[in-house]
Design a protein around this ligand. Structure first.
Ligand code: GLA
Length: 409
C-alpha cells in the first residue's frame, strides 16, 4: 500500500500523464475506478461485503436540465477535468461536461509537476488541450496551481548539486514558471490559485520548502509576482478545511497581512472536500459570513462529499489510511439510505451556498462523475466511492436533483 502510494505520488510529480491510476491520465478507460464492473482496482482486503439494503432507485429525471443554467442568477458551476475527459476521448463525458458546467479546473494538468517536470522542459500539450476543451464549451478557466508543496518536483527546491537552493534561486524559478504560463496563456485563465494549502488546520503556517527556503514572506512575493504576470486574473488563496474556525480566522489574518504588504489577493478558495456531516450548515454559514466581512470573494473550488468511512476530515493528500473490513460498503451500489443521506447533504450544502450567493462566485465539483473521483483511491486505494452528482453510467443521481431544486428555493 505505502510503496504504491509513494510511487503514485512520485509519478504524479514527474508526469501525471504517465500513471492513469494516479488520476492524471489521458488514456484511462471509462470505469477505471469502477470496481463494480470487475474491471477496476481490486477491493480485496478492503471490505466489499454485499450491501444489506436494496440499491437506491435512480431518480425519475432525464438530466436534461443544465446545472449551470439553473444557477445562472447565483454563481457559476464548475468541474474538475482529468486528461481522459478533456482529451475528448469520450463523447458522452464531453457532452456532459459542456451541458452542466460553465467553468473548469484541470485536476492535474496545470500543476507544476505536469507543466514543468524538469527544469526548463515545459509540457504545454495537456494545458493547451484542457484550455481548448474549456473554451470550446464557453467554460471559464480556473488555473490550479502555482505554489504548492505537493506535486512539485524535487528539482525545483534543489541546486545543481542536489542541495537546497537559495531564496533568490527559488524565486527566479517561480518567476520563470509564471512567466512561461503568462506568455502562453495570458488572460485565458480567469482565476489562479496562486498558493495552495499554506495553512495547518490549527491555523499555523505549514512548513513547506517554499517557506523554509524563501522565508516567511514567500506568499507576499508569490502574490506580487502573480499580479505582475496575470494582471487580468483574479488571484486566489486555496485550501481545505477552510470552515474550521481556527483555520478560517488564520486565513483572514494572513490575507489581511498580505494585502497590507502590497500583495493582491482577491478571493478565497474553499476546497470543499466534505463528508456527510462536516462541516455543518452553521460552520459553513459562519465561515462564509466571516469571508464576506473580510471583503473576500469566495469560490467553492473542490466540492465532493465522501460517503465512505474514514478517520480524518481534511484533504491532505499525504494522509493515507489503511484498508480494513467494512470500509468499502458500496461496491455493488449506493444503498437507498446512503443515497437519501447524500441527496439531503447536497441539498443542505447548496441551500447554504444560495444564501451566500452574494459572496460566492462559483461552485466547482471535483470530478465529472463517480468513476472519475480521486476519492476512489484516497485515503485508501481502490474503494468504490459515490461522491459526485453523476453516477458511473453518467446518469444523474438523487443529489443532482437536490442541487437543481436548491436553485429554486
Ligand atoms: C487537493 C488539491 C487538488 C487535488 C486534491 C485531490 O485538494 O488542491 O489539486 O490534488 O487535493 O484530488
Amino acid at each position: 500500500m505505502l510503496p504504491r502510494t509513494f510511487a503514485c505520488r512520485l509519478t504524479l510529480w514527474l508526469c501525471p500523464a504517465l500513471l492513469p491510476a494516479c488520476g492524471g491520465d489521458k488514456s484511462a478507460p471509462p470505469g477505471l475506478y469502477d470496481t463494480s464492473t470487475g474491471g477496476g482496482t481490486s477491493n480485496e482486503g478492503a471490505g466489499g461485503a454485499p450491501p444489506k439494503e436494496p440499491c437506491a432507485t435512480p431518480p425519475a429525471v432525464s438530466g436534461d436540465a443544465s446545472l449551470f443554467e439553473a444557477y445562472e442568477d447565483y454563481f457559476r458551476i464548475g468541474v474538475a477535468l482529468n486528461g481522459y475527459v478533456f482529451s475528448d476521448n469520450d463523447p458522452a463525458r464531453s457532452e456532459l461536461a459542456g451541458k452542466h458546467f460553465n467553468r473548469a479546473t484541470a485536476e492535474n494538468a496545470m500543476k507544476w509537476g505536469s507543466v514543468q517536470p524538469l527544469e526548463g522542459v515545459f509540457n504545454f500539450e495537456s494545458v493547451d488541450t484542457f484550455i481548448d476543451f474549456a473554451e470550446a464549451r464557453d467554460m471559464q478557466v480556473h488555473g490550479h496551481t502555482l505554489v504548492w508543496h505537493q506535486q512539485t518536483p524535487e528539482w525545483v527546491f534543489q541546486d545543481e548539486n542536489g542541495d537546497a537552493i537559495d531564496r533568490e534561486g527559488l524565486l527566479a524559478r517561480l518567476e520563470d514558471h509564471m512567466s512561461a504560463l503568462a506568455e502562453r496563456y495570458g488572460s485565458r485563465v480567469a482565476y489562479w490559485d496562486v498558493v495552495n494549502e499554506a495553512l495547518e488546520d490549527g491555523g499555523g503556517y505549514r512548513s513547506t520548502p517554499w517557506r523554509t527556503i524563501i522565508g516567511n514572506d514567500y506568499m507576499v512575493e508569490a502574490y506580487m509576482m502573480a499580479d505582475r504576470y496575470f494582471p487580468d486574473a483574479k488571484l486566489v488563496y486555496n485550501d481545505f478545511s477552510m470552515w474550521v474556525p481556527a483555520k478560517r480566522d488564520a486565513a483572514i489574518s494572513m490575507i489581511e497581512y498580505l494585502r497590507r504588504s502590497g500583495a493582491r489577493v482577491d478571493a478565497i478558495g474553499m476546497q470543499g472536500h466534505y463528508n456527510l456531516v462536516r462541516p455543518t450548515e452553521k460552520e459553513l454559514d459562519d465561515a462564509l459570513t466571516a469571508y464576506a466581512d473580510a471583503d473576500l470573494e469566495v469560490l467553492i473550488t473542490e466540492l465532493d462529499v465522501d460517503v465512505l468511512p474514514r478517520e480524518g476530515t481534511g484533504a491532505n493528500i499525504s494522509d493515507t489510511e489503511d484498508p480494513a473490513a467494512g470500509l468499502d460498503p458500496y461496491t455493488e451500489c449506493l444503498t437507498r439510505s446512503a443515497d437519501a443521506a447524500m441527496a439531503a447533504r447536497w441539498a443542505s450544502l447548496f441551500d447554504v451556498f444560495v444564501r451566500h450567493a452574494d459572496t460566492i462566485s462559483s461552485v466547482t465539483v471535483w470530478g465529472l462523475d463517480d468513476a472519475m473521483s480521486w476519492l476512489n483511491n484516497w485515503p485508501i486505494q481502490g474503494r468504490t466511492n459515490h461522491p459526485l452528482l453523476f453516477d458511473r453510467e453518467l446518469e444523474p443521481k438523487s443529489s443532482y436533483v437536490s442541487v437543481l431544486r436548491a436553485a429554486n428555493p
